[in-house]
Write a protein that binds this ligand. Structure first.
Ligand SMILES: Nc1ncnc2c1ncn2[C@@H]1O[C@H](COP(=O)(O)OP(=O)(O)O)[C@@H](O)[C@H]1O
Ligand SMILES: [Mg+2]
Length: 337
């Protein structure tokens, strides 16, 4: 995989803004490969540097140091004409949709084709195809103000796809949408990726978005990548502190110290928190518990799937004879070992 040309590559990239004599480092020491055909997520809190990273990819900003390559071609220190050509291969989707309110859906989707000099007949055919793809054929004559947020963003995606880009950049594309429409737009992004083979960079501050679409994810904190891994691994075993807090926003499966104290007050017996995944189930230990007269109550936790793999954790209250409880705890700890 790493032998092939990356869709996007950052080599030792930093970006420093100078504001009123003050230097502000937005990105530092970014090394990154986004592979062709993947959905790559970038998550971080506000101010982490996410939008700056996107603007470096489409050459709206120049790196202070280092090199950004798109499809193997450096995009800095090259003539403006080449940058323009490069941008034609990149589609952009925005948080606020950025549609022309005075143009119909058709007019909005058609716009980049007009700019690119397509004939009227070619434009009409392409727009029909795009609206079909995003499921808005019946809205061609509507104006943006007549559409829901999710529909507006589907128009934004159709417009971004008009000139057949190889790469789609979505900067907080669902942040203005409610959870239900967010799902609708994320499903469309997956379809764009799986059916059209377009590489997508999804920028977000929501771990739910990463979970729904990203194959891999980079966690950005204060301008640095603090974690980069397959999405499943990040959820199953987050390492960096910012990653753990992002994962906790989605999965509150492990009780904190305070929660644990409250649980101990309310439940008899010994509390144990154990991870559950495809290789570490609870069935055998529960059978042992039943056999030894140990009563088991699930008092906290959650088990879920991601990318068709099971993971999560549960906290159990084990109440029974000391020796039998110890045997069950021992069995729980030895699972999958
Ligand atoms: N054009 C700019 N001039 C000065 N500072 C900027 C500029 N763009 C971004 N920054 C600063 O860089 C940091 C990262 O910003 P940004 O990339 O927009 O973060 P995010 O998208 O993760 O919220 C912030 O501290 C922001 O204030
Ligand atoms: Mg931003």
């Amino acid at each position: 995989m790493s032998d092939s040309t990356a869709a996007v590559e950052f080599r030792s990239v930093s970006k420093v803004f100078r504001v009123g004599g003050q230097e502000h480092t937005a990105l530092a020491g970014i090394d990154l490969r986004i592979e062709q055909g993947e959905i790559f997520g970038v998550i971080g809190y506000s101010g982490a540097g996410k939008s700056t990273l996107v603007r470096l990819i489409n050459a709206l900003e120049k790196p202070t140091t280092g090199t950004v390559l798109v499809s193997g071609t450096p995009i800095t220190g090259v003539p403006e004409s080449q940058v323009r050509r490069l941008r034609r291969d990149i589609g952009m989707v925005f948080q606020q949709f950025n549609l022309f309110r005075s143009r119909t859906v058709r007019g909005n989707v058609e716009y980049p084709l007009k700019v690119a000099g397509w004939s009227r007949a070619d434009r009409a055919a392409r727009v029909a195809e795009l609206l079909e793809f995003v499921g808005l054929s019946d809205k061609a004559r509507s104006y943006p103000d007549q559409l829901s947020g999710g529909q507006k963003q589907r128009v934004g995606i159709a417009r971004a796809l008009a000139t057949s880009p190889k790469l789609l950049l979505a900067d907080e594309a669902t942040s203005a949408l409610d959870p239900e429409t967010t799902g609708e737009v994320l499903r469309l992004l997956r379809k764009v990726n799986r059916e059209l083979g377009i590489t997508i960079v999804v920028i977000t501050h929501e771990m739910d978005v990463i979970r729904a679409v990203a194959d891999r994810v980079a966690v950005l904190a204060e301008g640095r990548i603090v974690e980069l891994a397959d999405t499943f691994d990040v959820f199953a075993a987050p390492r960096a502190a910012p990653t753990r807090s992002f994962v906790e926003t989605v999965l509150r499966t492990r009780p904190g110290a305070e929660e644990l104290a409250r649980l101990a007050d309310r439940h008899a017996g010994r509390l144990v928190t154990v991870d559950v995944d495809d290789h570490r189930g609870l069935g055998d230990a529960l059978a042992t518990a039943a056999h030894g007269g140990v009563r088991v109550e699930v008092v906290y936790g959650g088990v879920s799937t991601l990318q068709d793999k099971t993971f999560g954790s549960v906290t159990l209250a084990l109440d029974g004879p000391d020796g039998a409880v110890a045997t069950v705890v021992d069995e729980l700890e030895r699972r999958g070992a």
